[in-house]
Write a new protein. Sequence first.
Length: 368
Amino acid sequence: MCGTGIVTGHGEMVDFKGLETFLWVVALGSFKGAAQKLNTTQPAISHRIAQLEIELGFKLLTRETRNITPTARGRQVLAYAEKMIGMRAEMLAALRDVSAIRGIIRLGVAETIVHTWLPDFIKEVNRCYPHLSIEIEVDISPSLRTRLLAQEIDIAFLLGPLTAPLLRNRLLCEYAVGFVASPALEVPNPANVHQLAEFPIITFARKTQPYELVKSLFNRPDLPAIKLHASASMATVVHLSLEGIGIAVIPYQLVQDELQAGRLVLIQSEARMPQLSFCASWLESPDTLAVELVVDIAARVADTRAATVALSDRNPVSSMASSAVVSGPKEAIPALDETRAIRWRLFTNSAGQIGCRCGASMRTPSVR
């Protein structure tokens, strides 16, 4: 047969694609999952496995009710397949052949990243790897975690770090959370917690850690009951604060332009919220070269953003704002959940242009 592969003792050529398919069928536990991962159809997956079994001369898989497991000899083949795919990844990394990095990576992103450095990240990926496409879903961090563990996305930029078997994390950036309001609201500045409690508070959606932290901050017997508005959209929170509805409790890096223009002010207070730590998270596998290269770019872009913010914050807006984004290892802090009411899908075309659509999740192919 034609193609790339290895020669067995019987003189038969074993197709590399067949070995890769076998690996993903075992890793994902289904032909459907492997088809999604390799951007092909289930019949094509079945054909590759059947062809590989013919070439090797023995069965590789045992099919039970809803379970697919490797046979004893299949486990032997699996060990070699993992080594071969890992060696290919090492070779490509060593050679840095940009043209060899191609396909589609499914990326899940928390909304805060969208409003800060996501566009710069997309541009850098397009520049470094023109044959690699990124399909992006914007969702809440808990949903991104679920989708990542289900291998419906390849990488997640979300509030973390996450903990799960075979899961890897890399800290990208941290955002300080503060109290911002329209000047028209006439909030005392600085303000203590009693003064803050006199105004409506606008923050993340209910059933999230940020919401609960804000709620607990004002849930004191010496304070009046506050009016707490919750929204699943950061854009809505910002808009309401601009309209003077209340004090927004958000990462103030999201409203740097509004702060600079004086349309919002950062309220100094002894009341403090934990920082939000954003990580890149992905599942370990023998074929994660493209994923790791993309994570490297994300870390580099986040670092550049942090340096830019540090320089631009040499102004009277706030001395606190200079720490709004910090890359690199930090002290352990509580992980916070980010929320959205709707899911946005962003994608890039071959020209590097960014588009988006709103609606239900759609199946997308992965790196191959």
